[in-house]
Design a protein around this ligand. Structure first.
Ligand code: ASP
Length: 320
């Protein structure tokens, strides 16, 4: 029987709480010795041991390459990754874009450290292993399992700072659930395109739009050192007129400017033709990105730029 590979990368799931309430990193993974885990056929590896705010796209690429090697060995029925919850959705989406496999890949984490009352780490890990070793999870792309719910890497986001039900997919909801007996899916999932890259060299920045936003925030960017800018725009994809000339300047210097919405539901669309309105921005060459939040759109744009995608290819890549 093939095993499930569990890859640890750090985060609260591998941390302990001090008597004063502060949370510290542990040297080894504190969950590995648990009896509950012994009843599952797993193999464990530590790829890095970091709080997730320390994780960079370079770490994500290291992890994706490591996972590609493990997948091609043909030894595993599925892979679980434990990760800090702060940037879990970004790493999960990056892996979704870079690792091409039918076997289930499931990310999980914890909101409470391993020795805290009501700790959710071991429970989430067991659920993630059950999902990753389930035949119904094959060919679904990268999944995130927390708090009895199954989400896709593309749509899931951390919604609460401390609640164990923090991971939600605001637009479409979870794709499945885990019960004591079984794993259930009630939405079809589709897998995104795959990027084959060996390095990450592009500088893509992210800003959130707000009323009265000063142009200096964008003017500070050196177009010679900037490959792309994601703006979490207002509503359907509009920005304050104050920043329009700075956006035009970036576009004239071949910096890709991409809009997502700062609303967490709905899609962006070029509707308004006033200054700073989406329709006007589209005519200037700004690209609209649907169904992704700012940090995930940034990762996808980094990969597209790395592959020298044309303007039209980028429009297509962010349309659906
Ligand atoms: N700050 C922690 C981290 O992301 C939170 C967690 O793991 O839940 O590493």
């Amino acid at each position: 029987m093939k095993k499930t590979l569990v890859i640890h990368t750090g985060g609260t799931i591998s941390m302990k709480e001090n008597p004063d309430g502060s949370v510290v990193e542990t040297d080894s993974h504190p969950l590995s010795s648990e009896d509950l885990l012994k009843s599952h056929s797993i193999e464990e590896e530590n790829v890095f041991h970091l709080p997730s705010p320390h994780v960079t796209p370079a770490h994500m690429l290291t992890l994706a390459n490591y996972m590609k090697e493990k997948v091609s060995s043909g030894k595993y029925a599925g892979i679980v990754v434990t990760h800090g919850t702060d940037t879990l959705e970004e790493t999960a989406y990056f892996v979704d874009l870079c690792v091409n496999t039918a076997i289930p890949i499931v990310f999980t984490g914890a909101m409470r450290s391993s020795n805290e009352l009501g700790s959710d780490g071991l429970y989430n890990l067991i659920c993630a292993i059950r999902v990753a070793s389930h035949r119904k999870s094959i060919q679904r792309g990268v999944l995130v399992v927390m708090n009895d719910e199954i989400h896709t890497a593309q749509y899931v986001t951390k919604t609460s700072t401390s609640n164990v039900a923090t991971f939600q997919s605001p637009q479409f909801g979870p794709v499945g659930m885990v019960t004591k007996q079984d794993v259930y899916y009630y939405q079809k999932t589709y897998h995104e395109e795959i990027f084959d890259i060996s390095a990450l060299s592009k500088n893509v920045l992210l800003l959130k739009a707000y009323a009265g936003m000063p142009k200096e925030l964008i003017e500070m960017m050196d177009p010679a050192k900037t490959d792309g800018l994601i703006i979490e725009a207002l509503g359907q994809g509009n920005v304050p007129p104050s920043i329009v000339p700075a956006i035009q300047h970036l576009l004239q210097h071949n910096v890709t400017v991409l809009l997502v919405s700062r609303c967490y539901k709905g899609i962006v669309q070029p509707t308004y033709q006033y200054e700073g309105g989406g329709r006007t921005l589209l005519d200037e060459g700004v690209i609209f990105a649907n169904h992704l939040n700012g940090p995930k759109a940034r990762l996808k744009l980094m990969l597209l730029l790395e592959n020298d995608a044309s303007h039209q290819e980028m429009i297509n890549a962010f349309k659906d």
